[in-house]
Design a protein around this ligand. Structure first.
Ligand code: GLU
Length: 375
């Protein structure tokens, strides 16, 4: 398994790299700017090799605590949220300055878990991320700690990183932490503890190795294992590795056996499509002409408004609509990019006319092929 999975990495094209608080901070306080510069250098090298990278970074709370002169991590969540708001400024400044040295732009994205489970926000976040990646910008994502507290309380952004991997269907999620990977027992207590080099993401047996501390602690191995199973739903492999290991990202890209790889099972259809297939809340429907039916069925392409001949029902952007052929048979379903009112206005028209008809363009497709399933 190791060989195959590591070889696969060499041809990977899209990564999510998550950097944890323990690594980003200087003895728990302030940001470890030297290490950040080293990761930036590696990320730029990989980008030069054609790998798109989305960063998920913690460290806002830690930087905020330093800026506010708080020596100890407070227990009150609202104080941690306040610290995160202060520290996020420094975090982003550090990344921006670091990437600017290479002439690369960064973008700040603050997300919550709900933003990814809500279909409309999901589409919005996905479109923005895709656009940023196409523009060669490095998105730097953190949890929006002012409005959500999941990651402050438990995850240290591990779970968020898994969800982001799903959102952009990354090939690889790299979780950089202060441990070399997952061990078969606690290396602090057992001198014979062995590093697990490769395992299957989502294997329940692994949770025994993660140790109980992780269950309640923030961002222990358990949340990393769970992030790996989330990531696996979009076919994304996960590597947990020590972030201070020399050239860690480049060595991972070269297929070196470093850290623990948690491989995703082969996914016949993407997680989103599985989700769509099981979803019964069809809010409306569109009837298509024969040409559109053919390109959807035979060429696996996206649905464009030009192929729509009729719209039924009232639906919002991000809801599921059924696609019917001219004989009135439903043959596909998908997440629609325009609401029913907009769809009625743009149906029968080419994508290049959407701006003139609506005054704005969400996406050129009515339903993107990634969000469409044939029945
Ligand atoms: N989102 C938080 C941060 O960036 C999580 C880490 C923490 O709670 O310290 O700081």
């Amino acid at each position: 398994m190791t060989e195959n999975s590591r070889n696969k990495i060499r041809s990977s094209r899209c990564w999510v790299v998550k950097i944890g608080s323990a690594l980003l901070t200087n003895e728990g306080c302030g940001l470890n700017r030297e290490s950040i510069e080293r990761w930036i250098a590696q990320i730029m090298l990989l980008k030069g090799r054609g790998i798109d990278i989305v960063l998920v970074s913690s460290g806002a709370v830690a930087e905020g605590l330093t800026r506010l002169g708080m020596r100890r991590r407070p227990q009150a969540i609202h104080e941690l949220q306040a610290a995160a708001a202060v520290g996020q400024m420094g975090l982003i400044q550090t990344y921006e300055t670091g990437f600017q040295k290479y002439g690369a732009h960064t973008a700040q994205i603050l997300l919550t878990h709900e933003d990814i489970s809500d279909r409309k926000r999901y589409l919005n976040a996905r479109s923005t991320l895709r656009t940023l990646v196409d523009l060669k910008v490095v998105p730097v994502i953190n949890e929006n700690d002012t409005v959500a507290t999941e990651e402050i309380r438990f995850g240290d952004n591990d779970s968020l990183a898994g969800l982001v991997a799903n959102l952009i269907e990354a090939d690889l999620l790299v979780i950089l932490t202060d441990q070399p990977g997952l061990y078969d027992s606690d290396p602090g207590r057992n001198a014979k503890a062995k590093l697990i080099h490769a395992a299957r993401a989502g294997d329940p047996a692994l949770e025994d190795f993660a140790g109980q501390a992780g269950a309640l602690g923030r961002g222990g191995m358990l949340t990393k294992l769970r992030a790996a199973s989330t990531a696996a739903k979009s076919g994304t492999d996960t590597i947990i590795a020590h972030g201070l290991e020399e050239n860690v990202l480049v060595r991972i890209a070269d297929g070196e056996i470093i850290g623990t790889i948690l491989s995703a099972a082969e996914v016949p259809i993407t997680a989103r499509k599985q989700w769509l297939a099981g979803h019964n809340h069809v809010r409306g429907s569109v009837r298509l002409d024969q040409g559109a039916v053919r390109v959807l069925r035979e060429q696996g392409k996206s649905l464009l408004a030009v192929g729509v001949t009729a719209v039924e029902g009232s639906f919002k952007r991000g809801e599921i609509v059924g696609c019917f052929d001219p004989e009135g048979k439903e043959f596909a379903r998908g997440l629609v990019n325009y609401n029913s009112y907009e769809t009625r206005r743009i149906m029968g028209h080419g994508s290049d006319q959407i701006a003139a008809l609506l005054g704005y363009v969400a996406e050129p497709e009515l339903i993107h092929r990634d969000n469409l399933i044939l029945l």
